[in-house]
Design a protein around this ligand. Structure first.
Ligand SMILES: Cc1cc2nc3c(=O)[nH]c(=O)nc-3n(C[C@H](O)[C@H](O)[C@H](O)COP(=O)(O)O)c2cc1C
Length: 336
C-alpha cells in the first residue's frame, strides 16, 4: 500500500454483513426511525453540508430542504462564512429554514471561526446544531488556501464553550484518526462526522483547478470504513456520523452495523437534486429506503438497534490497517 486510502475507496467493501436465511420479521415491522438532538427522525440519514452563497446555491438548498422536510431527516447547509462576511447572502442559507421551519437544520463553519461568527451562523438559520469543519488538505491544495493551522484545539474549546447548540466536528473527505478524535473529545466535542476518503475528494477537485499537488495526493485520506472504526474503537461516549462516499443502501447498512449512529451523504443528494425531476427524486429516495429496509430484513434485524447487535466481519486491507492501528476486529460487533 503506497498511501493511506490509496485506491480512493471507502473500503466498505471489506466490511461484510452476515446474510440470514431465517429472518422472523414482517416487512411492516421494519422501523428505520431514530432520534437526533431529542427529535425523532424517520431515517438515520443526514443531508450533509454542500452549499450556499449564490442564487444557484439557494435553489439547491431549497430543494434539499424540501427533501429534508418530506422525509423528516436533518440537513446541514454549506459553509456560512461567506454570509457572515456578506450579510446580503444570508438568504441563500435561510431558505433551508424557511422551507422546513420545524426540521433539524445544521449550521456549518470552519473550525477556525471565532465564537461571535459561530453565533451568527447559528442564529442565521436557527440551527439545531453546528458543524465545524476541518479541511487542512483542501486548504493546502488551494493557492489562496490557509496555511496557519495553529491554535485550533484552543479555538474548538472556545466554540464548544460558547455554543448554545451541540457542536459536530466534521471532516470533509479525509477522515478523522482516533488521535484527532481524542484531541477534539478532550476539547469538549461529543459529535463527530468522520467524513472519510472514498467519496468527494477535495484534493482532486482543487488540484484539477490549480495543480498545487500535481496529482500526487489524490489518494490522501483515511477511508470512511477505517476512520469510522477508529472512532468507534475509542469506546468513549460520542455520537458518530459515517460519511464520505456513502452512495447505496448497503453503504448505509454497513456503517450502521459497524456502530455509526447516522450516515451523512453530500454528493449523492447534490446529484439527486441536480439531475432529477421532483418525481424522480421521490422515486429514487423511496427506492433507497426500500433497499435499506431490505438489507435490514436480510440481516435478520427489524431496526437499527437490532442491526447493531449483529456480527460484522472485517477483512482485507481494512483488517490489516486496523490491526496495525492496534484495533482488534476479529469479530466486530457495534458498541453495545
Ligand atoms: C459541492 C460540495 C460542497 C461542499 N461544501 C462543504 C462545506 O461547505 N462545508 C463542509 O463541511 N463540507 C462540505 N462538503 C463536504 C461534504 O459535506 C462531505 O463531507 C464530503 O463531500 C464527503 O461526502 P460525500 O462523498 O457524500 O460527498 C461539500 C461537498 C460537496 C460535494
Amino acid at each position: 500500500m503506497a498511501n493511506v486510502g490509496d485506491n480512493a475507496s471507502t473500503r466498505l467493501e471489506d466490511v461484510l454483513l452476515i446474510p440470514q436465511s431465517i429472518s422472523d420479521i414482517n416487512w411492516e415491522e421494519i422501523d428505520l426511525k431514530t432520534s437526533f438532538l431529542n427529535k425523532t427522525l424517520s431515517l438515520p440519514i443526514i443531508i450533509n453540508a454542500i452549499t450556499g452563497g449564490t442564487k444557484r446555491a439557494a435553489r439547491i438548498n431549497a430543494k434539499l430542504a424540501k427533501i429534508a422536510k418530506n422525509y423528516n431527516i436533518p440537513m446541514a447547509v454549506g459553509s456560512q462564512t461567506i454570509a457572515i462576511e456578506i450579510p446580503e447572502l444570508a438568504d441563500t442559507f435561510t431558505i433551508a429554514r424557511q422551507e422546513n421551519p420545524a426540521g433539524v437544520i445544521i449550521a456549518n463553519i470552519s473550525a477556525f471561526t471565532k465564537s461571535d461568527s459561530m453565533l451568527k451562523a447559528i442564529d442565521m438559520i436557527e440551527a439545531d446544531a453546528i458543524q465545524i469543519h476541518f479541511n487542512i488538505p483542501q486548504e493546502l491544495a488551494m493557492l489562496e488556501g490557509d496555511r496557519n493551522f495553529k491554535g485550533v484545539i484552543k479555538n474548538v474549546r472556545e466554540l464548544v464553550d460558547n455554543s448554545p447548540v451541540p457542536v459536530i466536528a466534521k471532516e470533509v473527505g479525509f477522515g478523522f484518526s482516533k488521535e484527532a478524535i481524542e484531541l477534539l473529545y478532550n476539547a469538549g466535542v461529543r459529535f463527530f462526522d468522520i467524513s472519510g476518503a472514498g467519496g468527494t475528494n477535495f484534493i482532486a477537485i482543487e488540484d484539477a483547478r490549480q495543480g498545487m499537488f500535481a496529482g500526487s495526493f489524490n489518494s490522501w485520506g483515511i477511508p470512511t470504513a477505517w476512520s469510522l472504526v477508529e472512532a468507534l474503537s475509542l469506546e468513549i461516549p460520542i455520537c458518530v456520523i459515517s460519511s464520505g462516499g456513502i452512495r447505496t443502501a448497503l453503504d448505509i447498512t454497513k456503517s450502521l452495523a459497524l456502530g455509526a449512529n447516522y450516515v451523512g451523504m453530500a454528493n449523492w443528494f447534490l446529484q439527486l437534486v441536480l439531475n432529477n425531476t421532483d418525481e424522480e427524486v421521490a422515486n429514487k429516495l423511496d427506492n433507497l429506503i426500500y433497499c435499506l429496509k431490505a438489507s435490514l430484513l436480510m440481516c435478520g434485524a427489524k431496526n437499527i438497534f437490532e442491526l447493531q447487535k449483529k456480527p460484522v466481519i472485517i477483512l482485507g486491507q481494512t483488517k490489516d490497517y486496523l490491526q496495525a492501528r492496534g484495533i482488534d476486529t476479529s469479530l466486530w460487533s457495534a458498541r453495545n
